[in-house]
Design a protein around this ligand. Structure first.
Ligand SMILES: Cc1cc2nc3c(=O)[nH]c(=O)nc-3n(C[C@H](O)[C@H](O)[C@H](O)COP(=O)(O)O)c2cc1C
Length: 205
């Protein structure tokens, strides 16, 4: 099958891309809506997400608009306050990740609705989810508007890695146990993926 994407509607292009570029990592993003109240923390998943640079350490998340055309809460919070936390969810958190994508009214916290606990993240002003095995404390680095999307580049200031999945190798480099991290990923439609098998190959010199 040959598909000329210029003949497809944006919706069809979307479905073609998200069902073929798989699995996609999921950024489970905590941001601050600035109310200073108990409902101040917003949480939502984004699978247009990846690491893009290590010097400086940057990741990117591409955030669209709500069906009514308004800006998604995470996007607005990052634009207005600049700080956010990206978590890597494990497979046991699939229901919470999925539920946190519900379009709640701005100012209503997914954390409360889902009963998720947070803990302090060093001296970063935002907390991290207690039960996520990896979290990144990020600052807005640059935002590029592309079509309806805002591609947010986040500068990773610090990382939390659960001790149970991290060991140092003989050279003192951090080794993360991929199966222990057990990252949830996004497939097409309503599907999620979990790691099945890890295969190892040394890169040729
Ligand atoms: C697994 C998953 C991945 C998603 N990835 C994206 C994405 O990459 N970009 C996006 O704009 N929305 C994405 N969404 C939809 C948002 O999570 C959803 O619009 C959410 O309500 C946004 O929340 P907010 O308004 O609190 O920021 C995804 C949803 C799910 C379930």
């Amino acid at each position: 099958m040959f598909i000329d994407l210029s003949t497809l509607s944006p919706n069809r292009v979307y479905f073609t891309l998200i069902q073929t570029i798989i699995p996609r990592p999921i950024a489970w993003v905590l941001s601050d809506n600035g109310t200073g109240a108990a409902q101040r923390y917003n949480l939502a998943p984004f699978s247009y997400f990846n690491a893009v640079c290590s010097d400086p350490p940057l990741l990117m998340v591409s955030i669209g608009k709500k069906p009514d055309g308004s800006i998604k809460d995470t996007r607005r919070n990052i634009l207005e306050r600049g700080k956010f936390v990206v978590h890597i969810a494990h497979s046991g958190q699939v229901d919470a990740v999925n539920a946190s994508s519900a379009d709640l009214p701005a100012g209503t916290s997914e954390l409360d609705a889902l009963g998720l606990e947070t803990v302090a993240f060093g001296d970063f002003p935002l907390p991290r989810l207690r039960d996520a095995r990896v979290a990144f404390a990020c600052e807005r680095y640059q935002v590029m508007e592309v079509g309806e999307q805002a591609i947010v580049f986040g500068l990773v200031r610090s990382a939390y890695i659960d001790d149970s999945i991290a060991v140092a190798d003989a050279q003192g480099r951090l080794q993360i146990d991929a199966l222990g991290l057990d990252p949830l990923s996004r497939l097409g439609g309503d599907q999620y993926g979990v790691l099945g098998q890890v295969v190892t190959r040394r890169r040729p010199r």
